[in-house]
Design a protein around this ligand. Sequence first.
Ligand code: LLP
Length: 424
Amino acid sequence: MHHFHYRDNHLFCEDVPVSQIAEAVGTPFYLYSRATLERHFKAFESAFSGARRLICFSAKANSSLAVLTLLRNLGAGLDIVSGGELYRGLCAGFPADRIVYSGVGKRVDEIDEALAAGIRMFNVESLGELRCIDQRAAALGKTAPVAIRVNPDVDPGTHPYISTGLKKNKFGIDMETSLEAYALARDLPHVEAVGIDCHIGSQITQVAPFRDALASLMTLVVRLREMGLAIRYLDMGGGLGITYGQEAPPHPDEYARAIVAATGDSDLELILEPGRVIAGNAGILVSRVLYNKAGMAKHFVVADAGMNDLLRPTLYQAYHAISPVRYRGGKTIVADVVGPICESGDFLALDRTIEAPVEGDLLAVMSAGAYGFTMGSNYCSRLRVAEVMADGGHFEVIRSRQTYGDLTAGETVPSFLSAGATKI
Ligand code: LLP
């Protein structure tokens, strides 16, 4: 359930007409509903209420300071994958011991920053990384809490680009090698194996893959405890899917029941890393129709938002519903909704039945609150769009639209190219 709805054919976010925000901030912009973010977080968190748990929002889904601050205030932890996300998390006030750090390619400087901050746990993805963390912890006079990210070789039944728990994926360490990794962790002086971690993919719409992965993990926990390791945390990653169109993913309650049941009386504290299920349906991308263009084979609706603003349709052939910000009650057409970028892959929707828009109309690209703004870019020197959050009848810009000055900030023309320089 989300708080984007129609009143008299006008789209509202909570109690604010979307068109009013467009007038105030221009287009395109991302718009988030505070009540929806809160509702989704609370629904997820309370689904696990019977268990000891830490719900670490996955920053990659939406790392705006306003969104992070809102979730931190609700008691969330944070799942990060870079020094930049650590920086954002600390800026948003997350206590370091509520931050977990995943990712296959942690650099030394990023590891040092996380050690200095005192994060809850590193989710380690290779033997090389484990040794590196041990060395850095030694250098900084610390002991690093680690979990091994185990790859259980389970098919999550999702898009190949966002499936991570199969043998052929670069993520995690296979079951057999993970025993070796834990043995190494036991022997290294500056790491302490405190947990076990797994993340099998994203936009998963069934419970079975989680259950299968967990069955393997629980067998491993028993072995690890026999090895004398004090495993306290079970991090199940993120991955719970949402409804973009026709999907019917399990409710967080059903997902939580399966996870809690599988962990039995193991006395593990659960860590979850949801991203999409919290933020996905809490945000939309609002764009203005620039032109209606009758192509030779198709009708194109040219919008002012493109693949640099929302990459998902292009990259994953992802479906996002496209809704008019004001229903005109007119005829429908089948059209490609495309952006202004010079690539045929620049589309928001293909062959979509929509109400025929008039040039200047506003469109809402739904379910864009996760992996929307965060995956955006300045491609074609387009300005990163504004972000806005609504709360009841009130809204605020939480990130201003970039300016042309932002585009060239940090660039320099080398001295050998400046006037008067001689080429040797
Ligand atoms: N934890 C780890 C280690 C992850 O790699 C991810 C997502 C999550 C948690 C959060 O997963 P979620 O609950 O959001 O499914 N850009 C893609 C999604 C990539 C997901 C990458 N990892 C998309 O737009 O669909």
